[in-house]
Ligand binder design. Sequence first.
Ligand code: F6P
Length: 374
Amino acid sequence: KKRIGILTSGGDCPGLNAIIRAVVKYATRKSWEVFGIPRGTDGFVDIVKGDLEIEDLRLKDHGYDVPGVLQGLDILQFMSGSVLGSISRSNVKNENVTDSILAGYRQLGLDALIAIGGDGSLDIIYDLAKKGEWNLVVIPKTIDNDVAFTERSVGFDTARNTVTQALYDLTFTAASHERIMVVQVMGRDAGHLPLHSGIAGGADCILIPELTPQLTNNIIDGMTQYIAKLRCDRRKFALVVISEGVRGLKGEKDAYIAETLAHLLKEASHRLCATGDERYCGLDQVDTRATILGHLQRCGVPSSFDRILATLFGIKALHLIEEERYNRLVIWQNGTVESKSLEQIMPLIKWCHQEKTCPSPVDPEGFMVRTALS
Ligand code: F6P
């Protein structure tokens, strides 16, 4: 019989509640207690302050029922967000806070903790776990899909579907107005989300940080020439996807990079047309619009893949705890669920987080991006 804790940390994504559901259901079968730590590691601080009554999630009334249809746990896998909350405002570098978190963990008398997080949270929680000698199992989640060692993180598939649908929808307004739609997609410094959804959503050009760390005049002109050819050969509208991680012309971080690019593409179109070169005739008619998809990319009913992944990851975490194989990251590799020792992989994960990069390959899709631009 075990007493386990579970928390969600970092940016939310669809599928977090599906993991919680799977863990609670499977733990119930084993008669293990499951304590939901609210608001990430901040929850431990509140426990010490005495501000918080921690409930066994098996008994909790989740209060999100569809009356007469789905109650309690049953509805969780269809809901995005996290019923536990995912706020970690405390500064874990402050020793008082760290001590408080460790004390909260001890106060609960947990045998193990399941932490659901991305690489940033993983970095923080692993250090805490080492200090407090926690028995930790981590489940990767993020729409960015940038946790090293796992091919998929919970949340990515749903976000990919959401962005793909948005691109499809934008196609029709782009076509009606013969516009270039520039769409800014999340993913932080990793290009998985813009790349996958750009391909699936039929984007004409896709810019990701791994291949295009920053905008250059050459890239702008190359895209404009490509769009000019598209206008001559096939159609007068175009769809351009840009990752939020691509920097501006001076290498600066730009929260509105899609707007910057839309402006630069319009300017380049008019400039090339003014050269009188007949390949660029009509480019003075080009009009552009930017769409920043924003946090809608973290919303929506989790896809079936994310629900399945969440369920498999949740069950795997409990198996690891049952076998007392702690301090491991649950991963998805070659179509199966595995796990890796955190001790072995943390140096690379920390490096990825600090360097804002991820070793996961972008080819062969990257090849398509280069081809599209050539
Ligand atoms: O890491 C997930 C993510 O959605 C990134 O894609 C994005 O850059 C970031 O979080 C946004 O964070 P916030 O919710 O703090 O604005």
